[in-house]
Design a protein around this ligand. Structure first.
Ligand code: PLP
Length: 390
């Protein structure tokens, strides 16, 4: 069955993804099956998207219930699910307003537009540069690629959007020196996910936040991968003790359907007005009904479980062969390998029944936040066998 599916994919789908040799058919929470009947424990959650795992009954009920009454209207009309999702996000973050879109890159595009307009309205032309960090990842559109501080992504697609400068995350002093009168915003991930699951130092983040506040430079926190409970709090910025001017969210928010959001704090909430920004599918009622269920489930006890499971995974990883060190927060974890190649680890994982991710040459784990303890152990046992086989 797999070979047939693969041949059909190659015949008609543009081959931009290096896929694993697995064709998935169905899943429940962290357990899934392929078309050949093999079972896997999922430690990927669709790259941090299926926060409640595969086909959570409450989430399926919320989405399908909404699908039965109104699936899409455009933003020319008011609909309730988007308002409810915005209320849940603003009441739990202290942010003032939400703009809904469809992906992380699109959320970052919205944030960049808002920061530039905020600055233009207040200071006029010439204050449009945005500082991002080396080793960052902010998306695949031309502008978010320009914002991404990894040389590897800057091939082929010239010319990029102007106005981005990269700073070393290890030198808040250098960032402050770069933040002159031409800069309107600093944008950063608190844990660099695609860059290798590397948390920023608390002192660095505090220094950047202080500098931004002092110079009226907007602080944009990209919580696309770290947000929605992934690090054990609803948003990672809570753990860093900062309140961003703009926060971007996607991945886990929709629980498996495409949804992104730009959240605006007090300073930036009026930056974009009618006609400044829009997207046809934004705040789609069915997708937002799913997001409301995701947010409803992420109460204090759920988030406490995420922290507890994250700690447990770290401890178990550190006792496994070929694991040199573990980085990350909550259930967003990366492991440095020693004496084993990441590609071989991912392939061995599939053989042993666990789906795994990489970030650069590290092993990366993003299990569904709702994974039951027994399935977590089953997946970790499979990972240990995979590593031991190499
Ligand atoms: C931190 C961060 N920002 C933005 C993105 C882009 O999100 P999307 O793929 O939904 O456009 C990603 C995706 O991995 C991400 O990790």
């Amino acid at each position: 069955m797999f070979e047939d599916i693969k041949a059909r994919d190659e015949a008609s789908v543009l081959q931009t993804y290096a896929r694993f040799p697995v064709a998935l058919k169905e899943g429940r929470n962290a357990l899934c099956r392929d078309w050949d009947g093999r079972e896997f424990i999922d430690f990927t959650s669709g790259i941090g998207v299926n926060s409640l795992g595969f086909c959570d009954p409450g989430w399926v009920g919320a989405v399908s219930g909404q699908l039965g009454s109104l699936q899409h209207t455009s933003n020319l009309y008011y609909t309730l699910p988007g308002i409810q999702a915005a209320e849940a996000l603003t009441s739990r973050t202290g942010m003032k307003k939400a703009f809904f879109c469809n992906s992380g890159a699109e959320a970052n595009e919205g944030a960049i537009k808002a920061a530039r307009k905020y600055s233009f309205m207040k200071y006029g032309k010439g204050r449009a540069r945005i500082i991002t960090l080396e080793n960052s990842f902010h998306g695949r559109t031309i502008t978010t690629l320009a914002a991404t501080g990894q040389e590897a992504f800057h091939n082929y697609f010239f010319p990029f959007t102007e106005g981005f400068a990269f700073a070393s995350p290890d030198s808040p002093g250098a960032i402050a020196a770069m933040a002159d009168d031409s800069v309107c915003a600093v944008m950063l991930e608190l844990v660099q996910g695609e860059g290798g699951v590397i948390p920023l130092k608390a002192e660095t983040v505090a220094a950047i936040a202080g500098m931004c506040a002092q110079r009226d430079i907007l602080l944009i926190i990209d919580e696309v991968q770290t947000g929605i409970g992934r690090t054990g709090t609803l948003f990672c910025c809570e753990q860093y003790g900062i309140v961003p001017d703009i926060m971007t969210v996607a991945k886990g928010l929709g629980g498996g359907l495409p949804l992104g959001a730009v959240l605006f704090g007090e300073k930036a909430e009026a930056a974009l007005g009618k006609g400044d920004h829009a997207t046809t599918f934004g705040a789609n009622p069915a997708v937002c009904a799913g997001a409301c269920e995701v947010l409803r489930r992420m109460d204090a006890s759920f988030l406490g479980e995420v922290r507890h499971k994250g700690q447990y995974i770290q401890e178990r990883l550190l006792a496994m062969p070929h694991i040199a060190s573990v980085t990350g927060i909550g259930m967003m974890l990366g492991a440095e390998l020693t004496g084993a190649d990441i590609k071989a680890v991912l392939a061995a994982g599939i053989r042993e029944g666990v789906l795994l991710l990489s970030a650069k040459n590290k092993l990366r784990l993003l299990p569904p936040l709702s994974i039951p303890d027994a399935d977590l152990d089953r997946g970790l046992d499979a990972l240990r066998r995979a590593l031991a086989s190499l």
